[in-house]
Design a protein around this ligand. Structure first.
Ligand code: ZN
Length: 439
């Protein structure tokens, strides 16, 4: 599993370098599947005069575009099923496999294998000015793939951490991670199927990648990740005490609404997949407690940090995130702690801040902690009451499995209600507004 993932990453990385044109998917391109070598001692088959009216339609998915008619030529890009290109000629390789030369982009030609494409007469083509090339090999190579894209613009990362992916969408493989304040050269901009903008960046000197625009901005331009457009109305959805058997369901709903949220996690055995999914799907993983045991956490400052460090290190080990965003069990205004150490909250509040943590309470409560599976309509009603005219809302919910199934049930209507009030949803970052009790 691990090595497979690694292979995929390496492969995707290589593709990202090799192509400057959009990446369609990060899977094994089909012409690689068969394992035989070929050379291009073939001959030119048919650059006939009517060549320019013919089209090559791709039938495989995805299909490599190569710099010459054979598998030994470098991959200069990828294309996908249904795409159509101007036909420029064909050639057979050593194995008598026919390759079609195509007008890959307006400035670039390439070759695709005929077994994964189809040559057709085009119904209406304006006479191509490109005369069929009879050169034996394309002069296009993988080194000439620089696009004249977005010129000298710089992408600044605003989220922390931010995944770098092999393509413009969350379904593309993660090829790396970057952090707040880092800057990269902008190479291209694209929208994914959900309409979210992605920036193509020069990730390393030899590698490109894509980052989501909600966690990055273009230097000198307005940071679109701060939703000034909605009169600054921001909603932070927060889920405490997870992960649980509900986490994946919650993530699916959030995806469905294209909403980012924050999970204040505690330690749960056997939930590695859930911890990782929270991060991989673009949400903020934040620290709640390792044990959630008030008698340990609130006994002393030392007891508190011993617990906090444990969950911090566990999250870091599991997800790679070095989180500084926390929520006290019971909130900073809890009075239960007095039972164990009177006045400890006052000490802890100033201490964590001094130690570089950002603690968040909430100002809207779904009330799902008030009982087992309270009716979804009650939870929604609580949220409606809580939202009122607040400009920034931090909504408390719980990801606690069986006893909080109705939280999952209520979530779509909660999101719809909040969205209707003009809020934009954000996951908490170190720059987010701090909603803290008693302040
Ligand atoms: Zn809790």
């Amino acid at each position: 599993m691990k090595s497979k993932t690694l292979m995929k990453r390496i492969f995707c990385g290589a593709i990202a370098v090799a192509t400057a044109v959009s990446l369609t998917a990060c899977v094994m391109p089909l012409d690689e599947a068969k394992d035989f070598t070929s050379t291009s001692v073939g001959f030119v088959v048919a650059p006939s005069p009517e060549v320019s009216t013919r089209k090559v339609t791709i039938t495989g998915n995805p299909v490599n575009v190569r710099s010459g008619p054979g598998k030994k030529y470098s991959v200069i890009g990828k294309t996908s099923k249904g795409k159509s290109f101007g036909y420029l000629g064909s050639k057979k390789d050593k194995n008598k496999t026919v390759w079609y030369k195509i007008q890959y982009t307006s400035s670039k030609t390439g070759w695709v294998i005929s077994s994964l494409s189809k040559l057709k007469e085009a119904k209406s083509t304006k006479a191509s000015t490109t005369t069929a090339s009879t050169t034996t090999a394309s002069t296009t190579t993988a080194t000439t793939t620089t696009t004249k894209a977005a010129s000298e613009k710089t992408v600044v990362i605003s989220g922390n951490p931010v995944n770098v992916r092999s393509g413009a969408g969350k379904n593309y493989a993660k090829i790396g991670s970057t952090s707040k304040g880092k800057k990269y050269k902008l190479l291209d901009t694209k929208k994914d199927s959900a309409g979210t903008k992605w920036y193509k960046i020069q990730f390393t000197s030899s590698k490109t990648g894509w980052v989501i625009s909600t966690l990055a901005y273009i230097e000198g331009e307005k940071n679109t990740s701060t939703p000034k457009k909605n009169n600054g109305k921001v909603a932070y959805l927060t889920f405490d005490d997870g992960p649980s058997i509900n986490t994946m369901k919650i993530l699916d709903i959030l995806d469905q609404y294209n909403v980012k949220a924050t999970f204040f996690v505690i330690y749960h055995k056997g939930m590695t997949k859930q911890y990782k999914a929270i991060v991989d799907r673009g949400h903020t993983i934040a620290l709640h407690s390792y044990t959630h045991d008030y008698s340990k956490i609130y006994k002393s400052e030392k007891g508190y940090y011993s617990d906090l460090n444990k969950i911090h290190d566990y999250v870091k080990k599991t997800t790679g995130v070095d989180s500084r965003i926390i929520r006290f069990p019971g909130g900073s205004s809890n009075t239960v702690s007095n039972k164990y150490n009177k006045g400890i909250m006052k000490t802890l509040k100033s201490s964590v801040t001094k130690n570089g943590y950002y603690y968040h309470d909430w100002n809207v409560s779904s009330g799902d902690a008030g009982g087992i599976n309270r009716k979804a309509s009650v939870l929604l009603g609580n949220v409606k009451k809580g939202v009122g005219k607040k400009k920034v809302i931090n909504v408390l919910m719980h990801d606690t499995g069986k006893s909080k199934m109705t939280t999952v049930e209520a979530l779509p209507s909660i999101i719809e209600y909040i969205r209707k009030q003009g809020y934009s949803f954000e996951a908490l970052t170190e720059d987010s507004v701090l909603i803290q009790h008693g302040r």
